[in-house]
Design a protein around this ligand. Sequence first.
Ligand SMILES: Nc1nc2c(ncn2[C@@H]2O[C@H](COP(=O)(O)OP(=O)(O)OP(=O)(O)O)[C@@H](O)[C@H]2O)c(=O)[nH]1
Ligand SMILES: [Zn+2]
Length: 194
Amino acid sequence: MTDAPHDHSVSPEEAEAAVRTLIKWAGDDPDREGLLDTPARVARSYKELFQGYESDPRAYLERTFEEVGGYSQLVVLKDIRFVSFCEHHMLPVVGVAHVGYLPTDRVVGISKLARVVRGYAKRLQIQEKMTAEIATAIEEVLRPQGVGVVIEAEHSCMTLRGVNVPGAKLTTSALLGVVKDDPRTREEFLRLTR
Ligand SMILES: Nc1nc2c(ncn2[C@@H]2O[C@H](COP(=O)(O)OP(=O)(O)OP(=O)(O)O)[C@@H](O)[C@H]2O)c(=O)[nH]1
Ligand SMILES: [Zn+2]
């Protein structure tokens, strides 16, 4: 398991001092009235936005249900909205994830798929890595016959700044097991996520 542990050695005061520095770097005065509480707010909001470092998303998948009445088709949860942050610019990445798997003998509570997405999203990420991490977590913990993850997201670092192309979206996918290797299952997964 390669989860980055959260570094609790940084005190809130240190985080707030760093925000003050960035306010100055942006060109404003951290001592003006409207900005006095901002460093503390930003430090608190970072804890919320980067909650993903606090837990191992794989743990969400450990509770499973085996009584599925012989159900043996794809399970697909579509349009899981998420907000992440690109690790190059620390700017928001906003998008949706579609997550599916073909069960072997057990299924997981569907909310847990969304929790896994959120757990990996609330970190500094690149989309390719996040896509692969979600698929690998499901494969390794749930041991299904196959897994598919498709993510479509808008990267503020290229829609609001830099190359500035509003509306551009990046699509990534990670297909494993029969979702990758069996043409019919693959086709069905991609049709269900469209
Ligand atoms: N592959 C991939 N690239 C990303 C992702 N998020 C941001 N990037 C890209 O990361 C790259 C970082 O490139 P650099 O040239 O080091 O950064 P930069 O000078 O700010 O580049 P520009 O964004 O082009 O202004 C940019 O091309 C971003 O578009 C992602 O999730 N996956
Ligand atoms: Zn970026």
